[in-house]
Design a protein around this ligand. Structure first.
Ligand code: MN
Length: 230
């Protein structure tokens, strides 16, 4: 019994299935490709990975149209490999990480870059730059048994057909096994947790009417259109 109707369970489509993947939390890895760390003005030496979060209901299925978000004048795309956790755990060893992974996909860590930059400059939290409505469009999850690799494979993004991000999963500073293990030493991971694993170089702005396409080789592709301002 609830005093108001409970919120709808956030979820994502699954490749080849009518059943959906329920989302508990969304964790995001910051600066996980060297060239992207450099373009953001940071030293890409192998400092410990850091994380931020988005609300579960920031996720939405693709293809989709997302409204141009409130409050920003500089909306950026970030194409990312997505990891979906099927079995929870704490202090997971690197060698055991894949036993906890249900599947993988490709998604966008949409970013209100002006608000994120202001937050960095002022020593404030990143939430307003990262954790806004509709900020995590994600392609249907591919079950792990059908995923060729989360360690190698092209990751790319194009805006209106022009390629802007083009890298390989092997460029990840912290691999999936490494960063999921590290994350599990900070949070007790649970089924339904989703991890956005960081973006390669080439981030940039999009405006109303732009069409973003992107993918990870062997895992999936997405298409997202930027709609009118919310
Ligand atoms: Mn990101």
């Amino acid at each position: 019994m609830y005093v108001i109707d409970p919120p709808k369970q956030a979820s994502l489509a699954v490749q080849g299935s009518e059943a959906r993947f329920p989302i508990r939390r969304i964790f995001c890895v910051g600066r996980n490709y060297e060239a992207h760390a450099r373009e953001m003005g940071k030293d890409p030496t192998r400092e410990a990975p850091f994380f931020f979060t988005k609300p579960a209901d920031a996720a939405l299925d693709t293809p989709c149209t997302i409204p141009y978000p409130l409050l920003t004048e500089n909306l950026h795309y970030e194409i990312e490999l997505i990891i979906a956790i099927g079995k929870g755990g704490v202090r997971i060893a690197e060698a055991d990480v894949m036993d906890h992974v249900w599947g993988a996909s490709v998604g966008l860590d949409m970013t209100r870059r002006d608000l994120q930059t202001e937050a960095k400059d002022m020593g404030r939290p990143w939430d307003w730059g990262k954790a806004f409505d509709d900020s995590a469009p994600i392609a249907p999850i591919k079950p792990l048994a059908d995923v060729p690799s989360v360690e190698t494979g092209r990751i790319w993004l194009a805006v209106n057909g022009k390629v802007q991000q083009d890298a390989d999963l092997s460029d990840l500073i912290w691999s999936v096994r490494e960063h999921v293990s590290i994350l599990s030493h900070a949070m007790v991971l649970a089924p339904g947790d989703v991890i956005m694993t960081g973006t390669p170089a080439g981030v940039g702005a999009v405006v109303t009417g732009d069409v973003i396409t992107g993918g990870v080789e062997g895992i999936g592709e997405l298409e997202v259109t930027i709609g009118a301002r919310a």
